[in-house]
Design a protein around this ligand. Structure first.
Ligand SMILES: *Cc1c(COP(=O)(O)O)cnc(C)c1O
Length: 368
């Protein structure tokens, strides 16, 4: 039995009839841009996350970009972000005209290290973009205190972590603005690209609504230069169906992570991830850390040969990416070590016991 890293069909198949109904309904309305389904999805997301405003956006990447545009972060500004994250975090900072300043990450949860960040503050530092990595919130007490001390705007990159909590509060409520993704591999996985921003700031929400639609208000009058950052009505309608199951998906992921924690016969020098105190982890990834020269790569090959899906998130930290070669050098030893040592294994909610057993067997075969 092979175990893929992710099986979107296993999740969508039980919803097939309902999804087809919803598709047919939107098809019949002939209304594909903005409108009722979009507004309903946004209302339901705001309610789920517990934020005042939720605005659907064309992708998680565009959500970050439009958030930066709305906050008027751009040329002359610096934005602190972790080096160990998906590219979009820093790519959007760069595209806004601002400079991404790469900070190292913590050993315990792989999120931005504030001691490292403190050394990188300059008069140009305008914002900090913590990333809730792999389904676990950053320590938002520490980040809020840091941001207040240095007068920084907080933009949460919550793309991987919808539903994750810190001290019982969901991510999406800690920053000036937060950005989510519905890329199919995220916890609320869509049928194509999609994203969301949340904010509790009325004026900012209004600005993002305009920026999403060419800065236009009213029709054909442009107060600012926006773009087309709209999410399709069809996508919103389909995701409304899946949003109702998001808690049960998170429970399934947590169940699998707990099973691994109790039953994976980890090889020497291999560490399993853990939920830290005060965090409600939603386990977008279950990421092992395997120390020792070349051992992670050997482990990856071993699992792949046994039909266990696995992937390296992320093989190159952002401060070492070619496109950022012109930026000042960064000192991120933890990020560099992680890029050599991490390996994510299947944790998606539809895994069945036989598949978990299969993963454990394959892991054991490497350990011996
Ligand atoms: C997926 C992801 C994004 C981008 O989301 P898309 O919807 O793929 O554009 C941004 N940041 C992080 C940390 C992500 O994992």
């Amino acid at each position: 039995m092979s175990v893929p890293l992710l099986d979107v069909n296993a999740q969508n198949r039980p919803l097939e009839a309902e999804l087809k109904d919803v598709f047919a309904k939107v098809l019949a309305t002939g209304r594909f841009i903005l409108g009722e389904e979009v507004e309903a999805f946004e209302r339901e997301c705001a309610q789920y996350i517990g934020a005042k405003h939720a605005i659907s956006i064309s992708s998680g990447t565009d959500a970050i970009l439009v958030a930066l545009m709305a906050l008027e972060i751009g040329a002359g500004d610096e934005v602190l972000c972790p080096s160990f994250t998906f590219f979009a975090t820093a790519g959007c900072i760069s595209r806004s005209g601002a400079v991404p300043v790469f900070c190292d990450v913590r050993e315990d949860d792989f999120t931005i290290d504030l001691a490292a960040a403190a050394k990188l503050i300059t008069p140009k530092t305008k914002a900090i973009m913590p990333v809730h990595l792999f389904g676990q919130c950053c320590d938002m007490d520490a980040i809020r205190a840091f941001a207040d001390e240095h007068k920084l705007i907080v933009i949460e990159d919550a793309a991987q972590s919808i539903g994750a909590t810190f001290k019982g509060v969901q991510c999406g409520n800690f920053g000036e603005v937060a950005c989510f993704s519905f890329f199919p591999s995220k916890n609320l996985g869509g049928f194509g690209d999609g994203g969301l921003v949340t904010t509790n700031n009325d004026a900012l929400a209004e600005k993002i609504l305009k920026l999403r639609n060419h800065g236009m208000h009213p029709r054909y009058y442009h107060q600012m230069v926006g773009g087309n950052f709209r999410m399709d009505a069809l996508q919103c309608a389909l995701l409304r169906v899946k949003l109702r199951h998001l808690d049960s998906y998170a429970e399934g992921r947590a169940r699998n992570a707990a099973w691994y924690a109790a039953n994976l016969p980890l090889p020497e020098g291999c560490k399993a991830p853990a939920a830290l105190e005060n965090r409600g982890h939603v386990w977008n990834q279950f990421t092992l850390r395997i120390a020792g020269e070349g051992r992670r790569d050997a482990f990856k090959q071993h699992l792949a040969e046994r039909g266990i899906g696995c992937e390296i998130y992320y093989p190159v930290p952002l401060h070492q990416q070619e496109c950022f070669a012109d930026l000042p050098a960064s000192d991120c030893p933890v990020s560099e070590a992680l890029s050599r040592e991490v390996l994510s294994i299947p944790v998606y909610p539809e895994l069945v016991q036989a598949q978990l057993d299969e993963v454990a067997l394959a892991v054991a075969a490497f350990a011996s």
